[in-house]
Design a protein around this ligand. Structure first.
Ligand code: HEM
Length: 175
């Protein structure tokens, strides 16, 4: 029975970890890259709509990954320790990275996105036949902050995945 619970815990951790970090890479590379090539009046609303859906998904996937990672560790080892073996050290490092990612995500990226959406929605609709007004300096500043935080979180996520591979290899005596 415990084996099935452990399998489920592991599946939840790995699945949401992949959704989180895979989603960040996909959003930054595919969506961000494509949007930069589209005209502003199309790219702006599309980026905000996709960004909102991604952010809602990350708001679930991110904490679930970290919490189930710790539960996974407990189910494998019977304790939660972050020193001693390479396995423990890589899990400790990924926990620190995961928490920093959560802080940046919930503290910078998500609130910035919501602020940007609120600012865009508060603008009066452009007169028929006229293009929408360009983004204000405040909007550009928020956008830049969001991009910096997004790139940092993505890079940290990739490092976390590398640490997970190190952990698996260490536990199997291959490192
Ligand atoms: C920060 C984002 C994280 C991501 C994207 C992530 C992703 C992954 C992935 C893809 C695996 C699959 C390896 C496998 O089972 O073959 C894994 C395994 C694992 N993760 Fe994470 N993880 C993260 C954070 C954490 C944290 C914070 C902990 C706990 C402190 C943790 C604990 C574990 C454990 C114990 C395993 C199994 C390792 C083994 O089989 O020896 N993870 N993780």
């Amino acid at each position: 029975m415990a084996d099935y619970v452990q399998l489920l815990v592991r599946l939840i951790h790995v699945f949401f970890g992949l959704v989180w970090v895979g989603g960040l890479v996909f959003f930054g590379h595919a969506v961000g890259g494509a949007m930069r090539k589209l005209p502003g009046p199309i790219a702006g609303p599309a980026s905000l709509a996709i960004g909102k859906r991604m952010s809602n998904l990350f708001a679930i996937a991110a904490p679930v990954t970290v919490v189930f990672g710790v539960i996974n560790q407990y189910m494998i080892a019977g304790n939660i320790a972050y020193e001693g073996s390479l396995w423990n050290i890589s899990l400790g490092a990924s926990l620190i990275i995961g928490v920093v990612m959560l802080i940046l995500g919930f503290g910078v990226s998500r609130p910035s996105l919501m602020k940007l959406i609120a600012l865009v929605e508060a603008r009066p609709a452009p007169a028929p036949g006229t293009p929408p007004a360009p983004p204000t300096p405040e909007m550009v500043a928020i956008q830049q902050r969001m991009m910096k935080a997004g790139m940092t979180v993505t890079a940290l996520g990739v490092i976390a995945v590398v640490l997970m591979v190190v952990a698996v290899l260490a536990r199997n005596g291959m490192l």
